[in-house]
Ligand binder design. Structure first.
Ligand SMILES: C[S@@+](CC[C@H](N)C(=O)[O-])C[C@H]1O[C@@H](n2cnc3c(N)ncnc32)[C@H](O)[C@@H]1O
Length: 357
């Protein structure tokens, strides 16, 4: 079933409008946040602080917004990237799973009227939105992955081990919570996600202890789990809290973050008009590796195999790389916003269908 719901009447689509080192870095920046209490300031005092947008100028430059273009921001959040693209004259569909993000961005971007089209849903479903709205495609698609500072800082959302809250961690308002995973999954499955998504060396030990303890009292809060992990795996002078990796793994699992990105990449060629840009900002190596491999496979003009006498045209040549090297934050941004240190942006452009082999 189609999962995207426009949240405002103005959001309706009008026919003419259409519609291991990296991991360590991100973990370090979350840990620094724990120490510093986060960073950044709001552009709008009335609205209050929500999230400090990363790679703002860079992302907007590559998305090349102009009047007449229809762009999608698949991770609207506080609307930082979207605002700049609207200011440049583009129509922007802002997609987010989190109703609170849509509420905040809706207020911030109200002045753009029908030019801004907020959509509640998962960015993995954007192709359906485009098809249902009768559009051929869009002129750019941006995703800035992960959680917003606001989500992370709200104890009620259960993302942070430094604040007592329910063990939730859902970006949206549906589906199983982190508590459901921790209290219901088999030991081997817990160990697998702690290892695969968190790179947690003590994955098996932590999974075993969780399963022993939950028999006595189920895990209900963030601090209950974080304190137990700290007991089993003492800090021993490390800056990173011992629960950091397990919390990251649970968040990735609960929100199926890798599955959503995979689906976006698989449909990206159909989503974009020729010349349309795909910009992906990721914050850990699992995501970035997926994007890098995808773009390598889809930007090769030819493919070769040992048994072939000569290379052949690549039937999946869909993109040209816009920047060969990934785009990262400059020193000034990193000094202002620790989270930006682990941001990696990759950009590619949908090739003209005629240009393809
Ligand atoms: C890092 S924030 C984006 C911040 C935004 N670029 C800004 O400048 O304010 C990520 C946002 O994406 C949303 N999000 C993450 N995964 C999503 C998905 N698969 N579908 C829709 N929204 C998603 C989160 O709820 C969060 O609000």
């Amino acid at each position: 079933m189609f999962g995207l719901k426009p949240v405002l009447a103005a959001a309706r689509i009008s026919p003419e409008g259409g519609m291991k080192s990296l991991l360590a870095q991100v973990l370090m920046s979350e840990s620094e946040k724990e120490i510093s209490g986060g960073s950044g300031s709001s552009d709008d005092d009335e609205l209050g602080y929500y999230h400090e947008t990363v790679l703002l100028e860079e992302a907007v430059h590559f998305m090349a917004p102009t009047s007449g273009k229809v762009l999608v921001d698949g991770t609207l959040g506080g609307g930082g990237h979207t605002e700049k693209m609207l200011e440049a004259g583009a129509v922007v569909y802002g997609v987010d799973r989190d109703p609170q993000a849509l509420e905040y961005a809706g207020k911030r971007l109200k002045r753009f009227g029908d030019q801004f089209r907020p959509v509640k849903g998962n960015y993995r479903d954007v192709l359906k939105l485009i098809r249902e709205s009768g559009l051929e495609g869009v002129d750019g698609f941006l995703v800035d992955l992960g959680v917003s500072s606001w989500q992370f800082d709200e104890a009620e959302r259960g993302f942070s081990f430094s604040k007592d809250g329910p063990l939730d961690m859902r970006m949206g308002d549906t589906g199983p919570t982190a508590g459901d995973v921790v209290n219901g999954w088999e030991e081997s499955e817990l160990a697998r996600i702690f290892w695969e998504y968190g790179d947690e060396r003590s994955s098996r030990k932590i999974a075993r202890r969780i399963c022993e303890n939950r028999e006595v009292s189920p895990y209900l809060t963030t601090t209950q789990l974080a304190q137990d992990i700290e007991k089993w795996c003492p800090r021993m002078g490390k800056r990173i809290h011992p629960a950091t990796k397990v919390f990251q793994a649970l968040r990735i699992e609960v929100n199926d973050e890798l599955g959503a990105l995979r689906e976006l990449l698989d449909t990206a060629a159909d989503i974009l008009n020729p010349g349309g840009r795909l910009c992906v900002i990721s914050f850990h190596s699992l995501e970035d590796r997926m994007v890098k491999r995808f773009l390598k496979a889809r930007s090769a003009k030819e493919v070769d195999r040992k048994e072939w006498p000569a290379p052949r045209p690549n039937p999946e040549y869909h993109f040209d790389l816009v920047s060969r090297k990934p785009v990262t934050a400059g020193e000034e941004e990193v000094s202002r916003n620790a989270r930006s240190r682990s941001a990696i942006m990759r950009v590619a452009e949908r090739v003209n269908k005629e240009a393809r082999n």
